[in-house]
Design a binder for this molecule. Structure first.
Ligand code: WT7
Length: 655
C-alpha cells in the first residue's frame, strides 16, 4: 500500500494491529479544512466556550443566556433561553445567502427515476407541506409519525414538522405493522405520513397496506397523508386519508417558522436495539443542531463543492444527523438513493458515484462486507476518481474490510473516517479528523474536540492503556435528553452504573499506547471463556481475516467446563473453491491469530446471518439458537427465515 508506514510497538496484538498506520495522501491534504490542532487546543482550553462558538454559527432568533445547565444531572439543558428553528437553519438561511439555486438533493430512484431539488425547491415544498400539516390540526409539540421509503418527501416531511414545531418520529419503511403500531402508540402521534408503496430490490413494498393494519390499533392517529410513489392501488378512507400531492397543490406557499426554544423537542427516534423493548430517544433543538452541524464539517471535511452521499435510511439516526440536519445545516449537495445496492446489479453504488461524481461516501461495515463478498470486479470497472473521503459507521469495522474499502473503493487515495456514535449521542463522538489524524485500520482513533470520552473499570478508575467500559464524563450538546415518557429508564439505563455524571455507552473498548480507541462491541457481547474476557468482535475479525470468509458472528454459549464456549456462525465468500474441512481450518486460524483460548468450539456454516434491519447482527438470537431456547423477540429482525433455517441446521449438527 503506497501510503502506509510501519511503526514499532512493544505491545503489538496480532489481530488489532496497532502498528499499521495510514497517513493522508498529499492530494487529500492539499485541500483539507482542518490542517492543524488549533480546534483541539481551543476545545481543551474552554470546552463550553468552544461549543458556544460553534453554536453561534447557527441562525438564532434570540441568543441564549447560559451555555449549559447541568444542575439537575443527568437532565441537561444547552444554550438555555436561546431560540431558533431547525428548518430555518437547514433551508431558509441558504436561500438568504443567495444559494437558492444550489442543488440540495440529487435523488436516484431504484428504478430509472431521478429528481433534482435545489434549496429553493425544498423551501417551496417544505412551506406548502408545513401549511398542509397545520391545516390537519397539528400544532407545536404534537407528534407526527413518518413511515416512508427513501424519497425526497421523507426529508421534506421531517423539515416541515421542524418548521411548525411538531415532533417527528420516523419509522424505518422496512418495519412491520406491529413495530409501527407500538411506536405510534408510545408517542401518541396524531398524524401519519406514509406512501402507497416503495421499491426494494425490484419489488413493491405496499407501505399503505402495512400502515392501515398498524393504525387500526392507534386511536391517536386522526389523519394519514399518502405520498404517491409506486401508483399501487390503495384503499383511501374518507376523512382520514389524504393524497399528499392533492393537498400540496392547494396549499399556501408560505409558512412562517415557529420560534423554538433551544430545549424544545425536535424529534423522537426509537432505537431498534438488539435487546429489549425499543426506547424513544429524544433530541432537542439547539444542542442537537450544534453537534450535527459542527461534526459534519469536521469529520467529513464538507466543503461547498462536495457531493455528499450517506447511504443510510432516514429511519435511522445516521439519516437524521448526516442526511437531514448536519449536511443541510451546512448547505450540502447530497445524493439520495432509494433502493438496494444490488439492483439491478451489484455495481449500483459505484455507478451512482461515477455518474454523480460523489466526493464523500459514508456507509456501514455490513455493506462493505457484502461488497467484499460480491468481489472486486463490481467496483473495478467504475470511475471512482471523484471520491476524496470515505466513512464508516454502525459497528466496528474489521481491519480486513477497512483495507479492502481503502484499496478498492478509495483507490488508496481517500482517508477512511471510522465514526463511533449512537442514536443517543446524536452526533459522531469518536472519529479521525482526516487532515491531522493518522489512521489505523479497525480503530475509530480519538474523541472529537469538546467531547470527554474515557475508558474506565468497574470502580470508575480511568484506564489509560488497556480495555474497559467506554463512558462519557461530561455532557455534550447533542446528547439525548431522555427516553420519551420514561425519565426513570433514562437515568437507569445510561447514568446509574457509576454516578449521574457518567454516561455509560454500553460498549467495551480499549486504548492503545498512542491513545487510540479500539471499539470492542457491546459489553453484553464480551465472552468469559475459561476465565478470560474475549470480545466476540475480536474472534469475528480473526475469522473474516481468512480469505474464504465473508462474514462471521460469534457468541458465547454456555459450557459446563469453560463457563462459556465460542460458537461461530460463518458465511463463506462466493465463487471461492470449497475447502475440505473448512471448519477445522477456521478453528486453527482463530487459534493462530488470537491464541488457543479463542479457538471456537464449533463453526456453523450458514448462507445468511440474522440481522436487524439496520444491519446489526442479532447475537441474542444466535445465543437462543445455540442454547436450544425458544427465540426471543424477533420483531426487529430483517428476515425471520434466516434464523429458522439456522435453528434447523444447528439442531442437525448437535444431534
Ligand atoms: C452502537 C450504536 C451511530 C449510528 C448507527 C448506529 C455501535 C456504531 C461504531 C463504530 C464501533 C460502532 C456501537 C454503538 N457502533 N458506530 N464506528 N465502531 N462500533 O446507531 O443503532 O444507536 O448503535 O453501534 O456499539 O454503541 P445505534
Amino acid at each position: 500500500m503506497p501510503n502506509s508506514k510501519q511503526k514499532n510497538h512493544a505491545n503489538v496484538s496480532t489481530l488489532l494491529d496497532e502498528s499499521r498506520i495510514f497517513s493522508p495522501s498529499k492530494k487529500f491534504l492539499s485541500n483539507v479544512q482542518i490542517k492543524d490542532d488549533s480546534l483541539i487546543k481551543k476545545a481543551a482550553q474552554d470546552r463550553l466556550a468552544f461549543w458556544a462558538q460553534w453554536a453561534s454559527k447557527l441562525t438564532w432568533s434570540k441568543p441564549w443566556d447560559k451555555i449549559l445547565d447541568w444542575t439537575d444531572a443527568p437532565f441537561a439543558k444547552w444554550f438555555v433561553g436561546g431560540k431558533l428553528n431547525a428548518c430555518v437553519n437547514c433551508v431558509d438561511r441558504h436561500i438568504k445567502a443567495g444559494k437558492g439555486q444550489k442543488k440540495a438533493f440529487i435523488w436516484v430512484g431504484e428504478n430509472s427515476d431521478q429528481r433534482t431539488l435545489t434549496y429553493a425547491d425544498v423551501f417551496a415544498e417544505v412551506n406548502k407541506l408545513a401549511n398542509v400539516i397545520k391545516d390537519l390540526g397539528i400544532t407545536k409539540g404534537d407528534r407526527v409519525a413518518i413511515y416512508l421509503p427513501m424519497v425526497p418527501e421523507a426529508m421534506i416531511s421531517m423539515l416541515a414538522c421542524a418548521r411548525i414545531g411538531a415532533v417527528h418520529t420516523v419509522v424505518f419503511g422496512g418495519f412491520s405493522a406491529d413495530s409501527l403500531q407500538s411506536r405510534i402508540n408510545d408517542c401518541e402521534a396524531k398524524l401519519l405520513i406514509t406512501a402507497d408503496g416503495g421499491y426494494r430490490r425490484g419489488n413493491v413494498l405496499l407501505l399503505k397496506e402495512i400502515a392501515d393494519k398498524a393504525i387500526t390499533g392507534c386511536p391517536s392517529v386522526k389523519n394519514v397523508l399518502v405520498v404517491q410513489r409506486t401508483k399501487s392501488s390503495v384503499k383511501m378512507i374518507s376523512q382520514r386519508d389524504h393524497w399528499y400531492h392533492e393537498l400540496l397543490a392547494k396549499a399556501k406557499p408560505q409558512c412562517p417558522p415557529e420560534e423554538m426554544d433551544s430545549e424544545d423537542l425536535l424529534f423522537i427516534l426509537y432505537t431498534s436495539g438488539t435487546t429489549g423493548k425499543p426506547k424513544g430517544i429524544i433530541h432537542t433543538t439547539g444542542g442537537y443542531m450544534t453537534g450535527v452541524a459542527a461534526t459534519t464539517k469536521w469529520v467529513f471535511d464538507l466543503q461547498d463543492e462536495d457531493i455528499f452521499w450517506c447511504t443510510a435510511d432516514v429511519g435511522w439516526i445516521t439519516g437524521h444527523s448526516y442526511i437531514v440536519y448536519g449536511p443541510m445545516a451546512n448547505g450540502a449537495t447530497q445524493v439520495i438513493y432509494e433502493g438496494s445496492p444490488d439492483f439491478p446489479q451489484r455495481n449500483r453504488f459505484w455507478k451512482i458515484i461515477e455518474e454523480h461524481k460523489v466526493s464523500i461516501f459514508y456507509t456501514a461495515p455490513t455493506a462493505i462486507r457484502a461488497f467484499m463478498k460480491w468481489g472486486i470486479e463490481w467496483p473495478k470497472g467504475c470511475d471512482l476518481s471523484s471520491l476524496r473521503l470515505l466513512g464508516s459507521v454502525g459497528e466496528p469495522i474489521n481491519p480486513e474490510a477497512w483495507v479492502w474499502y481503502h484499496e478498492h473503493i478509495g483507490r488508496s487515495n481517500c482517508p477512511i473516517v471510522d465514526t463511533w456514535w449512537q442514536t443517543e449521542t446524536g452526533c459522531i463522538l469518536i472519529s479521525p479528523l482526516a487532515g491531522i489524524t493518522d489512521l489505523k485500520p479497525g480503530s475509530a482513533t480519538k474523541s472529537l474536540p469538546g467531547i470527554d470520552v474515557k475508558i474506565i473499570n468497574e470502580d470508575a478508575k480511568e484506564i489509560k492503556e488497556g480495555g474497559g467500559f467506554l463512558v462519557l464524563t461530561s455532557p455534550w450538546p447533542s446528547m439525548l435528553r431522555g427516553i420519551y415518557g420514561d425519565p426513570k429508564r433514562y437515568k437507569e439505563t445510561y447514568w446509574s452504573k457509576w454516578s449521574e455524571n457518567i454516561y455509560f455507552t454500553g460498549d467495551g473498548a480499549k486504548k492503545d499506547t498512542d491513545g487510540y480507541f479500539w471499539l470492542l462491541g457491546r459489553v453484553d457481547d464480551i465472552m468469559l471463556v475459561a476465565g478470560h474476557n474475549i470480545s466476540t468482535m475480536e474472534v469475528e475479525s480473526a475469522l473474516v481475516d481468512h480469505p474464504a470468509v465473508a462474514e462471521a458472528a460469534v457468541i458465547g454459549a454456555t459450557d459446563e467446563i469453560k463457563g462459556q464456549a465460542i460458537v461461530a456462525f460463518v458465511t463463506l465468500k462466493e465463487g471461492k473453491p470449497s475447502l475440505d474441512r473448512i471448519e477445522d481450518i477456521l478453528k486453527a486460524h482463530v487459534a493462530n491469530k488470537i491464541g488457543a483460548i479463542a479457538r471456537p468450539r464449533q463453526i456453523i456454516l450458514t448462507a445468511d446471518l440474522p440481522k436487524t434491519r439496520s444491519g446489526k447482527i442479532m447475537r441474542r438470537l444466535l445465543r437462543d439458537v445455540a442454547e436450544g431456547r425458544a427465540l426471543g423477540d424477533v420483531t426487529t429482525l430483517a428476515d425471520v427465515e434466516v434464523v429458522e433455517a439456522l435453528k434447523k441446521k444447528y439442531e442437525h449438527v448437535e444431534s
